[in-house]
Write a protein that binds this ligand. Structure first.
Ligand code: HEM
Length: 400
């Protein structure tokens, strides 16, 4: 027997596409106590929100029922072009494989010392002798942009402009005009670099993209540009918000910060994993169910919005004991923070390497790092209602 969505009943008054409730975790936990999914409003429309790790992980794997393309052809294709997010089946497999090599685990590990660590140190150098800083503005935000810029071999001096384009591209559903302008400007900026690397390939990411070949297929210049238009928004704001959330977790739990400081080489990996579980930056991922279906006992009408609540899955008490506690000692690796199934995150190894180097280096270089009294900013929704992170993180530390 299946449970049916009551025709005009909602399980909560909250609109997950519009509201920014201060106690999002509490609201989702209350709903999950009743059943593993809920019927809610999402921008005024009826939507199903999946609340347990089991359901969210199963939904990510089920590309047939919840095809990514059904969401992304509307959410970003008009501005980014047809990226791998709007592809499925063989086309997706080949195109993802064409761009994957530089992002594999080993490749990301090899970037730690020569590329990531110098960028992290350079950012810290800019404020280390000041004794206070807003870590969001001066550290978490510029870091991923500088890493991607360095990866594709373009001038690090242009990173403010790149950050602003990345942000505007992500913001397409809320400011389409700004996003189209960013797409035009970014494409004009990077197209000559793509053309140049095709003639003169080096060992940077763009050179890898223009020369990659899988099952006889290669990327033309427009396909390379489309991938680059996705790379910046996908890799920049996600990572900067994730790092902000991890630092929020650590600095609002000084005992956990002390554990990290005692052994950054060992603990950085677990601090990052726990932060990614406790407050995932991709919080409420919006998908669509195009066909009417009974899925995991839930009757879902055609064209219903389905929200993969990663935020709720990561605090599922069936999986994580005392799930609201921030505890790097739990040694947990969250299952759905980077998605799953065919569209799982391409950049997860790179993001983790960046964030591990970042927290370990902060712990090593800034003695007594702590939140500035009264200055802690709560984690809130950023860029619409899908991503979450702090908008500032004022800290101070002891000067020698
Ligand atoms: C902490 C940081 C990050 C988080 C939490 C994150 C999360 C995610 C999630 C949840 C998805 C799946 C989206 C879906 O199924 O609809 C995804 C896909 C993707 N991510 Fe990430 N991401 C992060 C960093 C990065 C970075 C650094 C890059 C690249 C530099 C990147 C590139 C991508 C790409 C290209 C996809 C699309 C994959 C596909 O459709 O096959 N991400 N990410």
């Amino acid at each position: 027997m299946t449970e049916t969505l009551i025709s005009d009943g909602f399980d909560s008054l909250v609109d997950l596409g519009r509201d920014d409730p201060t106690d999002l975790h509490g609201i989702l936990a209350d709903l999950r106590r009743k059943k593993p999914y809920a019927v809610v409003r999402h921008r005024g429309e009826r939507a199903v929100v999946l609340l347990t790790e089991e359901l969210v992980a199963a939904a990510f794997r089920d590309e047939k029922t919840f095809p990514a393309m059904a969401a992304y052809t509307r959410a970003n294709q008009p501005v980014l072009g047809r990226t791998i997010q709007s592809m499925t089946g063989r086309e997706h497999r080949i195109n993802k494989s064409l761009v994957s090599r530089p992002f594999r685990n080993l490749a990301a590990e090899q970037l730690r010392e020569p590329m990531i660590a110098p960028i992290v140190h350079a950012l810290i150098d800019e404020f280390a002798d000041r004794g206070e800083a807003d870590l969001v503005a001066e550290f978490t935000q510029p870091l991923p942009i500088r890493v991607i810029a360095s990866l594709i071999g373009i001038a690090e001096t242009d990173t403010d402009q790149l950050a602003s384009w990345a942000h505007d591209l992500f913001n397409f559903p809320h400011d389409p005009e700004g996003a189209h302008r960013a797409a035009r400007e970014f494409s004009a900026y990077v197209a000559p670099v793509v053309a140049e690397r095709r003639h003169n390939p080096g060992d940077d990411l763009i050179s890898v993209l223009v020369t990659a070949e899988v099952e006889g297929e290669r990327l033309d210049d427009e396909q390379v540009l489309t991938f680059l238009r996705l790379l910046f928004p996908a890799g920049a704001d996600t990572t900067h918000l994730a790092l902000g959330n991890i630092l929020c977790g650590l600095l609002t739990h000084p005992d956990q910060w002390a554990l990290l400081r005692a052994d950054p080489g060992e603990e950085a990996e677990w601090a990052v994993n726990e932060g990614l579980r406790w407050e995932p930056p991709v919080s409420l991922l919006h998908r669509v169910c195009p066909e009417a279906v009974t899925w995991q006992g839930i009757d879902i009408p055609a064209d219903t919005a389905v929200i993969f609540a990663i935020t709720a899955a990561n605090r599922d008490p069936q999986v994580y004991s005392d799930p609201d506690r921030f505890d790097i000692g739990r040694r947990a690796a969250p299952l759905t923070t980077f998605g799953g199934g065919p569209h799982s995150c391409l950049g997860n190894w790179l993001a983790k390497a960046e964030m591990q180097v970042a927290v370990a280096t902060l712990a090593e270089r800034l003695p007594g790092l702590r939140l500035r009294p009264g200055a802690a900013e709560p984690v809130t929704f950023q860029i619409g209602k899908a991503l979450r992170g702090p908008s500032s993180l004022w800290v101070e530390w002891d000067l020698a």
